[in-house]
Design a protein around this ligand. Structure first.
Ligand SMILES: [Zn+2]
Length: 231
């Protein structure tokens, strides 16, 4: 089986339905910014969902339903919806702020952070293993979300780890391989909890990538002890 470099159908369904947790949702946002194919799929899923809602029998609304709907419209996750953002920018609204690059992150010439990430505060990148640095991406809407920015030297492996649910990895620059295939810039890789893997970065350059998890992540051995305070 060849590896998929797009989010799975179930992930896109959960994204469209608003049930994907904040961390994986952010990685899908990043992928959608660069993938017209998946944007079209999400738009179709959202229109199907809307048509299904219209076909449903009307239900009595809770007395505070309008207030809650208005509050959601103003929530950070709604504001960050790429479609909503596009409308806001078209209407001349202030574009989202960009944070300075975190300490320890240097991007190759011509590479910029995806807008959905550049508008988030990223903690200092700390060395956690030979050739591996990671920083925590802060999500206002879910302070407990684990979204990690990795900077990994050529030929190094992403340290061995296990996770309770799905793991999502998005490549910003460089590339890596696992037994299923090779992944490059813009690719999003999903792995389930059964996979105990240690993907290896290409020999010809650093890899900068993002990782998010449906469940909690644990690294093995010494790295597990090093990362425990901030994971
Ligand atoms: Zn895609």
């Amino acid at each position: 089986m060849s590896a998929s470099t797009h989010p799975g159908t179930e992930t896109l369904l959960r994204y469209a339905a608003g049930t994907l947790p904040a961390g994986p949702r952010l990685l899908v946002d990043v992928h959608l910014e660069g993938c017209p194919e998946c944007r079209a799929t999400v738009a179709r899923l959202m229109s199907v969902g809307g048509a299904l809602l219209e076909a449903c029998e009307p239900l009595a609304l809770a007395p505070d339903a309008l207030d809650r709907a208005l509050a959601r419209l103003d929530s950070p996750s709604t504001r960050r919806n790429p479609a909503a953002l596009h409308h806001a920018e078209a209407a001349g609204a202030t574009p989202p702020k960009r944070w300075p690059l975190p300490e320890g992150l240097k991007l190759p010439p011509g590479v910029v952070l995806p807008p959905a990430i550049a508008s988030r505060r990223i903690g200092r990148l700390v060395p956690v293993a030979p050739g591996v640095r990671l920083g925590l991406v802060h999500l206002e809407e879910d302070p407990d979300a684990q979204v990690l920015l990795f900077r990994i030297a050529p030929g190094r492996a992403i340290p061995q780890h296990t996770h309770a649910g799905l793991e999502f990895t998005h490549v910003i620059c460089g590339g890596f391989s696992d037994p299923d295939g090779h992944y490059g810039p813009g690719d999003l890789v999903e792995c389930d909890a059964d996979v105990d893997h240690s993907p290896r970065v290409d020999d010809d350059g650093e890899c900068i990538c993002l990782a998010a998890f449906d469940g909690r992540i644990r690294f093995r051995g010494l790295l597990g002890m090093v990362t425990r305070p901030f994971l």
